[in-house]
Structure formats: structure tokens, C-alpha cells
Design a binder for this molecule. Structure first.
Ligand code: SF4
Length: 366
């Protein structure tokens, strides 16, 4: 790994369009080369300036020193047997691993599919929410990511193959960094075809943040992580929202639908023996029936350092059947395998503990 520079030049995605044009001209290019540069890097996932063959050779040669395409450091990469790839990238010069973030590239499950992959991006280094079942919350929030650091995750993922969908479900709570996320998505759309239906932002449901997002012309779908219908248990499972009534969260979800016309998906991580009982299913129905919403059940992917377990498949199926019996639309999303580092935040947690082994054949996907 190359040691980070102390004073580095600004990167391609840190500059606004005017500043980028000026920089490109300073480096001997023409103003229109600036647009080509950004579009090509994003649409093709170019990591090496020498591959930008539509640009003049002199400009290409000047880029690495004067205008780097990427500014982060690739710290680790794990690949699962089903092709999912998890990337660990560090941006800060000090504490590179502590503030590292994860990006997951998930190719379609069906072989020979013509679709591209789904990419899962992070919006914060660390997470302030502190869900006890999630390794990303260990250590709390370090900082919000900047827009260019979110864009960089797309470029690194695109370098692995085509992208058709994006889920903002990596490390962090996206609605606490909404402005940077919106700026990043606007840049990403310059090079990748990601319409509103192709981007899902997952939040733990801060009501005012949801309403603010709904009013900001969001070009994404919203998923709210509920995890339980019981207030006391939610306060424990989503500590940063302790004391916020579930009804208030659901009412913000209704407001989102009224403002955007797009249904909310309620996500529910099924934790074996914790929130997967029949009582939970029945009470979840009571909370959601009659609302324009679907439920996405996610059987938990265990982390060795956390005291929660994966539910048994029969209980998962029973839970889903109970929801559907009472008129909810429910799907189950099994994560991609159970190998090491599969859970969200685990690769970073291992890296922080100094336990990474780049040669491990491991899995991605939250
Ligand atoms: S599950 Fe999401 S919100 Fe909760 S700690 Fe992990 S990253 Fe943060």
C-alpha cells in the first residue's frame, strides 16, 4: 500500500465544473475535455489516466500528478464464491483504516443475465446510530463522507463491471448526510444510467429528515429500517432513535408517499430468537396494513463479535407467510453466503483490529 501524501492535489470529482474546466485548460487541454474526462471515468470505471485515449496525450500524462482521478486508497478487497466483491477504501491521511468505508459490488444472481450489478455505497465513515447487531456502528461516527468520496465508490465499483442499480445501505445513515449524497448522485448520473427507480436509499427513519428529503426533489426510492413493531425493542435495536415513536416514523413514511408518489419499503432484519416470532409478525401487520408499503425481510448475517444469530429458514418463511396472509407484500432477501466478512461493517472492523488477510476468499453483501 502506498503511504498517503500529506499535501495532495485536488481530485477530479472534488472540483466543480467551472474549476475543472479551468484546471484542464491549465494542463493544456480544451474546456470540453473536462466534460469528457468526468463522463469517461464514470461511465467506464477508468482508474488509470493512461486509458483515457480520447484525451490528448499531454493532458493524460499530466493528470496523475496534477488532477488525480481518485484520491482514496484501496485497502482491501474480498470476493465471494458467487462473485460479490467488497472493497475497503480509506480517505483520511491519518487513521486510514479507522475511517475506511466499504463498497459492495453484487453481480446479478442469475448467470448469463444481461443486467449489470447492484452497488452498495456508504455515506459516512462509522455510524452514529449504533444498532447492536451491526459492526458498522462499533466506534460510532467518525465523519460524514464528502460528495466526491461517495462518487469515488461508484468509479471503483464500475471498474469491476457494469452497474444497473444502487442501494445506499452501506456504512452510515444516509439522511444525516443527504446534501453530499444528493450532490454525489447528480454527478454519478452524468456517467451512469441510474434513474430514480434504480437508486434506493435506506434510513433508520428520522421523521424530519424523511420529510426534508421528500421536499428536496429526491430522485431515489426510500427504504426505512424498522426491525421490530415493538417500541421498547426498537429503542434497543436502533439506539440513536430511542424515544422516537414508531407511529411517528410510519407517519413520515406516509408523508413521503404523499409527496413523491413512491411507496416506502420497510426493511426488517430478522434476528434469530430476537424479533422473528409470530407475535412480531402479527404486530408488524397491525402497524403496516393499509399503508402503501412493502416489507423486505433480511435474515441476519452474523458477525462473530456480535451476540445475534441468523434465523432458521423455516421461521423466516413462516414470518413472511404471516405478513402475506394479512395482506402485506413481503419479500425475503437472503444475503450472499455466510463466509467471513459478509456482514456490513465487518471488513472495516477487522481492518481496524489489524486482522485483515487480503488472500482470504470471502464474501460481500450486507
Ligand atoms: S445498521 Fe445501518 S444505521 Fe444501524 S449501525 Fe449499521 S450502518 Fe448504522
Amino acid at each position: 500500500m502506498t503511504a498517503p501524501q500529506t499535501h495532495r492535489p485536488q481530485g477530479l470529482f472534488e472540483l466543480d465544473p467551472q474549476a475543472l474546466e479551468a484546471k484542464v485548460v491549465e494542463l493544456g487541454g480544451r474546456p470540453f475535455h473536462a466534460r469528457i474526462l468526468r463522463k469517461e471515468v464514470l461511465s467506464k470505471g477508468i482508474l488509470d489516466a493512461q486509458e483515457l485515449t480520447s484525451l490528448p496525450a499531454a493532458l493524460r500524462a499530466a493528470l496523475p500528478e496534477a488532477l488525480p482521478l481518485l484520491v482514496g486508497h484501496a485497502l482491501d478487497r474480498r470476493e465471494s464464491r458467487d462473485g460479490a466483491i467488497k472493497l475497503l477504501t480509506g480517505f483520511d491521511q491519518a487513521g486510514l483504516r479507522q475511517s475506511a468505508i466499504e463498497t459492495v459490488y453484487m453481480p446479478p444472481r442469475k448467470k448469463n443475465s444481461t443486467k449489470g450489478a447492484t452497488v452498495c455505497v456508504s455515506t459516512q465513515a462509522g455510524c452514529p446510530v449504533g444498532c447492536p447487531f451491526c459492526a458498522s456502528g462499533i466506534g460510532g461516527l467518525i465523519r460524514n463522507l464528502k460528495a466526491h468520496e461517495i462518487v469515488e465508490q461508484f468509479v471503483r465499483a464500475r471498474a469491476l463491471g457494469p452497474i444497473s442499480r444502487c442501494v445506499v445501505m452501506g456504512i452510515g445513515e444516509p439522511l444525516l448526510n443527504l446534501e453530499a449524497l444528493q450532490r454525489a448522485l447528480a454527478i454519478v448520473r452524468e456517467g451512469l444510467e441510474l434513474g430514480a427507480r434504480k437508486v434506493t436509499v435506506s434510513s433508520v427513519g428520522f421523521p424530519e429528515r424523511i420529510r426534508r428529503a421528500a421536499a428536496s426533489d429526491p430522485r431515489f426510492d426510500l427504504a426505512i429500517s424498522l426491525h421490530t413493531p415493538f417500541q421498547e425493542q426498537r429503542d434497543e435495536l436502533v439506539p440513536a432513535m430511542s424515544g422516537v415513536p414508531i407511529d411517528e416514523i410510519l407517519s413520515a413514511g406516509d408523508d413521503w408517499f404523499a409527496a413523491t408518489g413512491r411507496e416506502v419499503t420497510y426493511e426488517y432484519v430478522l434476528l434469530g430468537g430476537t424479533n422473528d416470532s409470530e407475535d412480531h409478525a402479527r404486530n408488524l401487520v397491525d402497524r403496516l396494513v393499509g399503508r402503501r408499503a412493502t416489507v423486505n425481510l433480511i435474515p441476519y448475517n452474523p458477525s462473530p463479535e456480535l451476540p445475534f444469530r441468523r434465523p432458521n429458514p423455516t421461521r423466516v418463511e413462516n414470518f413472511r407467510a404471516l405478513l402475506e396472509e394479512d395482506g402485506l407484500v413481503a419479500t425475503v432477501r437472503w444475503s450472499r453466503g455466510l463466509e467471513e466478512s459478509a456482514a456490513c461493517g465487518q471488513l472495516r472492523a477487522q481492518g481496524v483490529a489489524g486482522e485483515t488477510d487480503p488472500d482470504l476468499d470471502s464474501v460481500s453483501a450486507t
